[in-house]
Structures are given as structure tokens and as C-alpha cells.
Design a protein around this ligand. Sequence first.
Ligand SMILES: [Zn+2]
Ligand SMILES: [Zn+2]
Length: 360
Amino acid sequence: MRAAVLRNTGDDKVEIRDDIELGPVGAGEVKVKIHATGVCHSDVSGMNGTIPQPAPFVPGHEGAGVVSEVGEGVTGVAEGDHVIVAWSAPCGECKFCVDRKQPNLCVNIQFGSMGKIHFSQDGNPVFGFAGCGTWAEELILPSQGVVKIDPETPHEIASLVGCGVMTGVGAALNTAKVTPGSSVVVFGCGGVGISAIQGAKVAGASEIVAVDLVDSKLEDAQRFGATHAVKPDDLESAKQSITGGDGFDFAFEAIGLPVTMRSAYDNTRRGGTTTVIGVGGMDQQLSFNAFELFFDEKTLQGSYYGSADVRSDFSRMLNLWKHGRLDLEGMITRRIGIEDVNEAIADLRAGTVIRSVITF
Ligand SMILES: [Zn+2]
Ligand SMILES: [Zn+2]
């Protein structure tokens, strides 16, 4: 079958292959025919090594499609069900899933499926990115890694919910719990940043300031609910006029760089909340002086997969979309075939798209 393969970590292009094979569907597993899959920045982070991932691998973790086969013992989904792929799925049994009510932090399924190799080429193993690998016509996943949805939902819309939308909207609603009437600043206006802006709007924030270096992204941000859109140099004056210089109630970082994480913290008001969504490198450091953490009483937190319980939150996202509260169609900048995925990767690096969606 057809799939995109990254041969070596650090390569900037993927190969489009027609000779990728899948093994048999094991007990507790499902085979999914992918109909739509987004090109997310984390795929690029996996390609360049920021996110650890053995190669060769099939990238892609933001996908939706139809279950084509179920393995022994699978009861939750059946052949023909429309599903969204969850790249970090809850096992449903561990402390994170049950006692702590933080199923997004359960790694049992993800780490388990990362260790299983489902793809091959000429008999040689090919990994799936983050235990998924949705840039393929079909893939095999643990049954917990798919969430059944209303079959009326267009696959392209559903695919976005699988990563970027859940991550960004979830960061605003679940992680930060943005409050009505609050002031918000969002650093980075790619798919996740735009989703955080939409989440802040859904939550009833009164001012939402988008910060980005790219003019077209600032225009996009306003289309999705940002009340102000500024370049980094103009942020200080926006902060002065909106917050009287105090800083914002909520700040979100959706880039993954120490400098913007630090700036998000600095632009949060005393007692406010800074939420880091961007994925930075393990070798990059962020520093704080030992006085400010105490004195400013800010909450600094990460947000992993939008603090979501995918089993209920995917349909919650789709409900918001269905009722016009989230604009997901507008986030799809380009629809492409898998053969054009290298162009989409280049567009993402250049910052000229919110999302390119591959359809099969
Ligand atoms: Zn678990
Ligand atoms: Zn993603």
C-alpha cells in the first residue's frame, strides 16, 4: 500500500512508497483505513529529532478514517465505524486513567504501540510515528487508540480534532480553564495556536491577543477570534493598553521555544496562568530567578494533548464545531494527495499554512 516514509532522522523530505505492507491485526487491535490526515508541526519535530522517534518511520498522528478490521477480543469498535485516531490513548486501567482522572498522561498504550512495529518494506521493519503513522492508506492501532464518532462528520474535520484542535482548544478549556471576561495572549498562530484562540473565545475571554512574526498568520488569528493581533515588538504596547501593564490573565505558548515560553510567563499578570503547549527540545533550558516564582505567584504549567479525555472530548470538540462555536473548515488551508506531502511540510516550515490535510 501507499505511505510516506522518513528514511533517516534529520532528512527533510519523506519518500512516497507503494510497497509498504502491514502485518496481521493482533488481539485487541484494529485496522483503520485512513481517509484524512493532517500535517502537524509535531510530524516535523519527529523528522528533525526534537521528538524522539526511531527511523525509518511513517509520520502522521492526526488522522481519521474507517475501521476495516478488528482483532480478537475487540468490543468497543466494529468494522465500518468512523473513528478519530488518538495518538495518546488511555488504557482505562492505570492510576492516571482511573484515580487521577488525567487519562491524557497515560502512556501504557502509546509506549506499548511505539514498541510494536506494524509496517514493513521488503521485510524490513518500518515504525509508525508516536505509535501511529497516519500518512499511510491503512494502519494498525490498539483498539483504545481509536475513538468512534458520528459517521456524518467529514473525515477532514475529524482528523483535525485528533491532534491540533484537541491540543489547542483543550489547553484553553481543560488545562488553563480560561474564564469569561478574562484577557488572553497566545504566542504562535499555527494550527495549535489558532485552536487555543478558538478555545479562549469559546470560554468567553474578552480580549485575545495573538502574537506571531508572520503577517498572514496575524490575519488568520483575527478571523478565528483574536481581538488583537501583533508582532512581538508591539506586544508591550498592547499589554499596556489592554491590561494597564499588569499582564494577561492567561498566556499560551504554542511554538516550543525557550524565548517565547519566557515571554509568555513575563506577559502573564501576577497570579495569572501561563500554559506551555509548544514542544521544545530536551537540550533547551528555560530559566527563572528564585525570587519571581514566589513573588509573582503565577501558575506555570504544561498542557499535554489538551488535558483531554479523548473518549469524551473528541465528541465535545465536534459538538462545538457542529453548533458553529469552532471553525474547523477554515483551518484547512490546503487539501492535498499524499504525493504532495513534501510541499505541505515545506509550507508548514515556512509558516504559510494553518493546516494541510492529506486525503486518500
Ligand atoms: Zn491508563
Ligand atoms: Zn500534532
